[in-house]
Design a protein around this ligand. Structure first.
Ligand SMILES: Cc1cc2nc3c(=O)[nH]c(=O)nc-3n(C[C@H](O)[C@H](O)[C@H](O)COP(=O)(O)OP(=O)(O)OC[C@H]3O[C@@H](n4cnc5c(N)ncnc54)[C@H](O)[C@@H]3O)c2cc1C
Ligand SMILES: *[C@@H]1O[C@H](CO)[C@@H](O)[C@H](O)[C@H]1NC(C)=O
Ligand SMILES: *[C@@H]1O[C@H](CO)[C@@H](O)[C@H](O)[C@H]1NC(C)=O
Ligand SMILES: *[C@@H]1O[C@H](CO)[C@@H](O)[C@H](O)[C@H]1NC(C)=O
Ligand SMILES: *[C@@H]1O[C@H](CO)[C@@H](O)[C@H](O)[C@H]1NC(C)=O
Ligand SMILES: *[C@@H]1O[C@H](CO)[C@@H](O)[C@H](O)[C@H]1NC(C)=O
Ligand SMILES: *[C@@H]1O[C@H](CO)[C@@H](O)[C@H](O)[C@H]1NC(C)=O
Length: 511
């Protein structure tokens, strides 16, 4: 009876999420206090420092909304002007100008960041870095110089056209550096590690507007700190990234949807498949709790996107136990890496990349799935949606990536603190863009986080992935509990950003 429901995950998410897209949030110029100095001064003073092809956009400009709209409407930094730099030096000019006039500034690339501190930008300067998007492969084919405004889909496609690949995040619509400066997990991480594990050097504009190169041999202290807590220290205008020959030609993707009565067997299967860090290299398991009105108006379903770097035949022994549970929907497709984001519902034109709804992810890093916990989370999710129908696009995400190359890196060698977390779960309320609904999201999100944490092995602290943090996460949760980590990051902060200019995204020195 479900033969009509043979949807790909992409279609599934598109249907469920797009159906509730509200009219976009719009601010009018009147919502802004006039910038001091005046737009004329900005144009004269900052404008004269910028390259000819850079541009300035004020709230009255027709493009302003496009440049300032965010993926999650729950965060709403307030800008008086958008600067679109055309060359590195424009970024430096802008930071110096902002400092001179004591204005906050924020770098924006793909605007998917959900960090709560973003909302504390007021009357600020947005540095819209996306135009710095060049990619140049080195002669030896082992690295590429990429602009600070490059994004995932662009990089994946460019490299694939040259037979190359690298560590990238999973969603086509994310910037490279937004994820990369805080980790950057993704489908090739079993082979290549995190995005940040592949950064060879960065050209950076520091808090005082000066330009520096950061690498193992140039400012090594910052090279350590920027790989994990990078948003705190500077603006990357370009970076040199390791690249590799593509490890496989195609990926096999099997998408399955299960009803809730299969829940326990489902999680047993996933644990058996090799959680706790042993998931086979090249295997990605992405499970979701979500509403699917076509299947049930009241009971959330479990969706599994099973992705494997290899052929269907190679993947079969791994996914067979899931097919044996009789999913209500099972589809499969084989795609090159450049098509993988879309095939898994995360391409640039898919609903998950669309801007305008409020999203508040509550992330927890785990080692294995606790089946009792995952049932309790299912019940919580089910209750949230039935009591709050406006939250019916919400999801609980369970992301399992292979960890081999991530664990091969010495944990002390970068500021990324979560190499022991094999699984990233995230309870993500999704709702119309109304701040009056934020407290509901917070209430359920905090409960979910507590439930996940209670089901973790005794003694493991609550870890939250920096780039998913969206509420009241502490610096220890984001940057690690070993005291030397935060001590080192805070010393760097004192040295390179004493005024806290870069405190709008997962700040290391909040408390
Ligand atoms: C749908 C979705 C899927 C996701 N999937 C993944 C995933 O697979 N893997 C993963 O690791 N994360 C993932 N994330 C989290 C992601 O890492 C963060 O949301 C990240 O902040 C997005 O970067 P951005 O460029 O899109 O957003 P932006 O909001 O534009 O940037 C985020 C922050 O990064 C900083 N920044 C951006 N560019 C620069 C630069 N050039 N120099 C200095 N600072 C800079 C700024 O502080 C900015 O506030 C996902 C998020 C979403 C919404
Ligand atoms: C959410 O609710 C709206 C309005 O009732 C409905 O149109 C939509 O199909 C629902 N979506 C999901 C995923 O349940
Ligand atoms: C804003 O973005 C939308 C969607 O991408 C596009 O259709 C529109 O033309 C843009 N508006 C301006 C003024 O650039
Ligand atoms: C702006 O012009 C400079 C040369 O002056 C060029 O190098 C750069 O690529 C241009 N940038 C954009 C975004 O057009
Ligand atoms: C998972 O692996 C870690 C070591 O990496 C170990 O300490 C822990 O006990 C394991 N957990 C389970 C449930 O096997
Ligand atoms: C894969 O898809 C094909 C049709 O495209 C179908 O015949 C086959 O049964 C599917 N196999 C699995 C394991 O889903
Ligand atoms: C799962 O979590 C519960 C608490 O919710 C705990 O009592 C139990 O010991 C956990 N099970 C495992 C295997 O860790």
């Amino acid at each position: 009876m479900f033969s009509k429901l043979l949807l790909t995950l992409a279609t599934f998410l598109a249907l469920t999420i797009a159906s509730a897209l509200p009219p976009t949030l719009k601010r009018t110029p009147n919502d802004y206090t006039p910038l001091s100095p005046s737009p004329v001064t900005v144009q004269q003073e900052l404008g004269s420092c910028l390259a000819k092809n850079a541009s300035l956009h004020f709230p009255s400009s027709p493009n302003f909304h496009n440049y300032t709209q965010r993926w999650s409407a729950a965060v709403d930094p307030d800008f008086a002007v958008v600067v679109i730099p055309a060359v590195d030096r424009d970024v430096s000019c802008t930071v110096k100008f902002a400092n001179k006039h004591n204005l906050p500034f924020l770098t924006v690339n793909q605007a998917h960041g959900s960090a709560s501190a973003l909302s504390s930008v007021y009357n600020g300067i947005e540095i819209y870095i996306s135009a710095l998007d060049s990619i140049e492969i080195a002669h030896d084919g082992n690295s590429a110089l990429m602009g600070g405004g490059t994004y995932q889909d662009q990089v994946v496609r460019y490299l694939a056209a040259h037979g190359k690949a690298t560590a990238t995040a999973s969603c086509g619509c994310l910037g490279m550096m937004g994820p990369g400066l805080g980790g950057g997990f993704g489908k090739y991480q079993g082979y290549f590690g995190l995005v940040l594990d592949n950064i060879i050097s960065m050209n950076v504009v520091l808090a005082d507007g000066s330009m520096s190169t950061v690498s193992a041999s140039s400012m090594p202290d910052l090279y350590w700190g920027m790989r994990g807590a990078g948003h705190n220290f500077g603006i990357v205008t370009s970076f040199n990234h390791k690249i590799y020959n593509e490890p496989v030609i195609d990926w096999f993707v099997e998408t399955m949807i299960f009803t809730y009565d299969k829940l326990e067997a489902f999680w047993e299967n996933l644990n058996a498949l090799g959680a706790n860090g042993t998931q086979p290299v090249g295997l990605v398991t992405y499970a979701t709790y979500a509403m699917s009105p076509e299947i049930s108006k009241t009971a959330p379903v479990i969706i599994l996107s099973f992705q494997f770097a290899g052929t269907k035949a190679q993947a079969e022994p791994l996914y067979a136990p899931f097919l044996a549970l009789n999913p209500v929907v099972a589809t499969n497709v084989t795609v090159p890496y450049a098509g993988l984001a879309h095939a898994t519902g995360a391409g640039v034109d898919d609903a998950i990349c669309a801007k305008g709804l409020s999203w508040k992810p509550f992330p927890v890093g785990l080692q294995v799935y606790n089946i009792t916990t995952n049932r309790a989370i299912y019940n919580l999710f089910s209750r949230m949606v039935s009591e709050n129908p406006a939250f019916n696009n919400s999801v609980v995400q369970f992301e399992g990536y292979s960890m081999q190359a991530v664990k091969a890196v010495d944990p002390a060698s970068t500021a990324y603190a979560h190499r022991d977390d094999n699984l990233l779960v995230s309870y993500s309320p999704v709702y119309p863009p109304e701040h009056s609904l934020d407290p509901i999201a917070d209430t359920y999100g905090r409960q979910a986080r507590a439930i996940f944490h209670a089901g973790d092995a005794p003694g493991r602290p609550l870890n939250t992935y920096t780039n998913y943090a969206s509420s009241d996460e502490t610096p220890e949760q984001m940057y690690g509990y070993e005291p030397w980590r935060l001590a080192r990051l805070r010393a760097l902060k004192k040295k390179y950003d004493p005024e806290g200019r870069f405190n709008f995204y997962a700040p290391v020195n909040s408390s």
